[in-house]
Design a binder for this molecule. Structure first.
Ligand SMILES: NC(=O)c1ccc[n+]([C@@H]2O[C@H](COP(=O)([O-])OP(=O)(O)OC[C@H]3O[C@@H](n4cnc5c(N)ncnc54)[C@H](O)[C@@H]3O)[C@@H](O)[C@H]2O)c1
Length: 112
């Protein structure tokens, strides 16, 4: 993305992330639960595309603490989508989980 001339901004609460691994663009330390912060980021930068990777991903923990996962992965994603709508940031790329597709007949999964 960087080589293509895109300006990137990474927002992460660093709960499971590592700042050293952010090699390009700007970094904002923050959480998707913080609607005020999201508004200020979208106000500061003219964001047209969001790549959403900010999820909790432990299956075991999600079974143990479903409300925590519901909040982080669903409710906080809605925060982001609402702010995106407000600022007309139209493109949203969501990293779902391959688990929702079931068992594939072959790997890699074909388009057919
Ligand atoms: N690893 C896989 O095999 C895989 C497969 C399919 C999809 N995904 C998806 O890709 C995305 C990234 O997965 P990963 O394996 O790199 O996990 P990861 O835990 O390494 O990355 C998730 C990042 O999101 C941050 N984060 C979590 N909640 C946040 C919040 N509320 N606000 C701000 N930052 C927050 C964490 O600190 C972490 O840096 C997830 O959406 C996951 O569901 C992963």
């Amino acid at each position: 993305m960087f080589e293509e001339g895109y300006q990137t901004i990474a927002l992460d609460n660093l709960l499971n992330g590592h700042k050293d691994l952010i090699k390009w663009g700007e970094f904002v330390l923050g959480d998707l639960k913080d609607i005020k912060l999201l508004n200020s980021v979208f106000k500061k930068y003219n964001i047209d595309t969001v790549v959403h990777l900010a999820a909790l991903t432990s299956v075991n923990e999600s079974v143990q603490f479903p409300a925590k996962y519901y909040k982080n992965n669903f409710q906080y994603t809605l925060n982001l989508l609402n702010v995106m709508e407000k600022f007309n940031a139209g493109k949203f790329i969501f990293f779902s989980t391959a688990s929702v597709y079931g068992e594939p007949d072959s790997i890699p999964i074909s388009k057919k």
